[in-house]
Design a binder for this molecule. Sequence first.
Ligand code: UDX
Ligand code: UDX
Length: 473
Amino acid sequence: MTFEVKKICCIGAGYVGGPTMAVIADKCPYITINVVDLNQERIKLWNHSDLNKLPVYETGLDRLIERCRGKNLHFSTKIRENIEEADMIFISVNTPTKNKGLGAGKASDLKWVEGCARDVAKFAKGHTIVVEKSTLPVKTAEAIKIILTAAQKSSNSEKKISFDVLSNPEFLAEGTAIKDLEKPDRVLIGGENINAINSLSKIYGNWVPKNKIIHTNIWSSELAKLTANAFLAQRVSSINSIAALCEKTGADVREVSKAVGTDSRIGCKFLNSGPGFGGSCFKKDILNLVYIANHFGLKEVADFWENVVDFNTFNQTRISQLIVKKLFGTISGKKISILGFAFKANTNDTRESPAINICKDFLEEGAHLSIHDPKVSSLQIEKDLGIEEQKTTQSNLASEGSWCFKEKITDAIEGADAIVILTEWDEYKKLDWDKVSTLMRKPSWLFDARGIISKINIEKTNLNFWSIGDGSL
Ligand code: UDX
Ligand code: UDX
């Protein structure tokens, strides 16, 4: 048996809620989907007639929005009305790491999730399936259930309400969100009531093969999500640790990755060394694992995972320090061109981007940064760096660090002492380095922290070249 789902409400119109609902709307024209958010500005952008203004940049998202918006996909701030009418509610709000109180620095702040559960308890009518979409610590479903059960018990016979809680973690990666949603490796649904599980499976069944829809108990589902992200992050830290060793030993990390990745037991993905992992999930999810492990008295387990995050921080500092050392031990007053600010290519997201810490280190050293990124706005960079943009050109002698944003790559490079590539955007791979070197101050340096530039392309230029993990340079 399944419950009939005709109306879905998704609370949270962010990087996860927006694209996920767009794909469900596209694949299930018989379901009406209302995406609601507290943030009016964000909703305005989701409803903007110019599809370039959508608040989330994902390849193919504009096409889906054009097809479904105003038909069976709606964005609004009408939280109450849409909860009242929904048969199924996705909770897709943010769960940042707590910065104060119990578990500060590690545990997730669940106040938004709890707030949503309370809204659902207050406004829902009839039977409602509540789906946890946000990545949450194990046992969050229990808290949601307690809130909903209390409401259920106190509901009167006129307004009888009931709930099922499911965990349906999201595995989409930013930049490939639509592809990941349309062709997922798996869909994970954790829960107790098989009818509720089947109802959600039926929705995914419209485009996902049955054998890819996995049913588990609710705790396994919550923990599987954290584990998947922790394993991926661990691979990035592992290869970055080997990159540092390559630089000392004359090995090339790309060759090592290739050799290691051809072992089918290891696999070739997630073996690109770089400035470290960023994004909203990896650090937060590992810190959650650390918190849970400590909570259950498993200190060694907690330490094991905490090391992955600590190494990631070390890796960023390692890169900024080695750049300063190569530039004669000082970058005060020097112009450094930063290519890429997003935490990875094909997204406008900068959350936990390694560029933030690396740029802060350079600013601290008194450098003048000219930053280019094809998708990130100068306003976002200002928020992340916590320093106002300096629009007028700084005198080279000014000792306070400063930064400015440049729309064009050539403007960012002009007169620079060094270029630092921090995001692997395609357009950086295609640059004519011979031409680039003529625009820079001599001696000029190229630091490729993503390992995307082939040394053959640099050999005939005047550039000094450092590439992550390449000990042959
Ligand atoms: C979030 C979580 O960070 C992640 O752990 C989870 O896997 C999915 O949800 P994301 O969609 O990337 O990821 O977050 P964000 O882009 O910040 O979007 C969350 C939205 O929820 C924001 O637009 C915020 O305004 C909204 N929100 C938050 C509400 O509408 N109501 C609230 O009570 C809190
Ligand atoms: C991740 C998970 O992949 C996704 O399943 C989950 O739902 C959310 O978290 P995302 O954060 O969007 O997705 O990006 P991802 O592609 O996983 O990359 C994370 C970070 O690792 C980025 O900073 C990226 O540059 C870095 N990375 C990734 C590397 O440095 N090397 C690699 O080989 C792969």
